[in-house]
Design a protein around this ligand. Structure first.
Ligand SMILES: [Zn+2]
Ligand SMILES: [Zn+2]
Length: 388
């Protein structure tokens, strides 16, 4: 009972900060194109998803946000004739191409040092540890959710993936830079929305093939002309007729420092590696390095509702914030996407924690602290503190 009361008070504080944001910063909300053909969904605080909603215009959306103050807000990348009907009756008219790059999928070495096990049963928080074996010291529960406070390296890792994806989209797929809208996800990654009609009618399978291409999955040595000799692990080289100047062929050729004027260098390289199979492993390694790590499910699902730009992410209290392609290097999500107020909130800490928000460094080792709302909400959303 006591736990439920504390949780309600935590939610109330977070919700009040969210309400102030939606009330005062409505200019930050990006209303999608073709709004009347989109499906909207939202998560009321402490409850399940509400979906299959439609709006006639921007005013209706903003009014709903101020009225409902949801924890999370979503909008379909798809266009429908009847967006508020059940899925089978909506009549799909196409969907924007979208991509999700999530820092937690990048296997960055820094992550264990800032991931806190939060007990799924009692909410007890333990200090970061390398071990994945978990027993709650408070209730002996065996299940925990690992909550990460992304560091500067995490964000740099996501930016690197985002830049690779921008290169693929513009160079390999011929998408205009002006058609690419890039957003900080509001927690630990980046979202892409592609505003290009020629990709809108692609079905799920075509989008899945596209994900395969971008990730470099199944890239074959044959694609740059290295072929297996019959009956052995030897190889011979015959360059593709269309050359090595585009796409993956160019990426591989650049990395191996070869071009298609002479087969000698590549033939040597294959021999040096130890034959066809060993060379194929080299190609696999290049594909892993040069391919983009995107969440395949997000791109392939043509009926998804995706976090709406300009709305708050309840995993952090940060905003899904637009980032111009040209300023990705200097973009600072923990300042620019941190838009909650700074009224003072007294919290009880569940662990020691260090983080940086709005240019301010926090290093909290006390049991309780008075923090600006944006910082208190960040910790409440992460489950690392509770309202005192
Ligand atoms: Zn526990
Ligand atoms: Zn990190």
């Amino acid at each position: 009972m006591e736990k439920a009361v504390t949780e309600n008070r935590n939610l109330e504080v977070v919700r009040a900060a969210f309400r102030e944001y939606y009330f005062r910063q409505s200019k930050m909300i990006e209303i999608p194109e073709g709004i009347e053909k989109r499906e909207f969904g939202y998560m009321p605080f402490g409850q399940g998803m509400v979906r299959h909603i439609s709006f006639k215009g921007p005013g209706e959306v903003l009014a709903a946000l101020v009225r409902e103050v949801p924890s999370d807000v979503y909008c379909s990348n798809a266009y429908y004739r009847f967006p508020n009907l059940p899925m089978q009756e909506k009549q799909w008219l196409g969907a924007d191409l979208i991509f999700d790059i999530d820092g937690k999928d990048l296997d960055l070495p820094c992550v264990p040092s800032h991931s806190y096990p939060v007990c799924s049963n009692c909410g007890h928080v333990s200090a970061p540890s390398e071990s994945s074996d978990y027993t709650c010291p408070s209730c002996a529960g065996k299940k925990a959710e690992w909550v990460s406070i992304p560091c500067a390296k995490c964000i740099d890792g996501s930016k690197k993936e985002a830049k690779k994806l921008i290169d693929f989209l513009t160079e390999d797929l011929g998408i205009q830079r002006s058609a690419i809208r890039l957003y900080f996800s509001g927690n630990n990654g980046f979202h892409f929305h592609i505003d290009d009609e020629s990709y809108r009618m692609l079905d799920s399978q075509a989008r899945s093939d596209l994900v395969g291409y971008l990730s470099g999955i199944g890239l074959m040595a044959e694609s740059i002309g290295v072929r297996k000799s019959p009956g052995g692990d030897l190889a011979y080289v015959k360059f593709p007729k269309s050359g090595l100047a585009y796409g993956w062929r160019k990426k591989i050729a650049d990395r191996l420092k070869i071009d298609n004027t002479s087969t000698i260098r590549l033939t040597h390289l294959v021999q040096q590696k130890g034959g066809f199979s060993a060379f194929q492993s080299e190609i696999d390694a290049i594909a892993r390095q040069a391919g983009v790590r995107i969440d395949p499910q997000v791109t392939t699902d043509v009926h998804r509702i995706f976090r709406m730009p300009g709305t708050l992410n309840s995993k952090s209290g940060l905003v899904k914030k637009r980032c111009e392609l040209d300023s990705i290097d200097s973009f600072e999500p923990f300042s620019e996407a941190c838009l909650l107020g700074d009224s003072r909130v007294q919290v009880q800490m569940k662990t020691h924690v260090r983080f940086k928000l709005k240019g301010e460094s926090f290093n909290i080792s006390k049991e309780s602290a008075e923090l600006p709302a944006f910082a208190a909400v960040y910790l409440l959303c992460k489950g690392l503190a509770q309202v005192a």
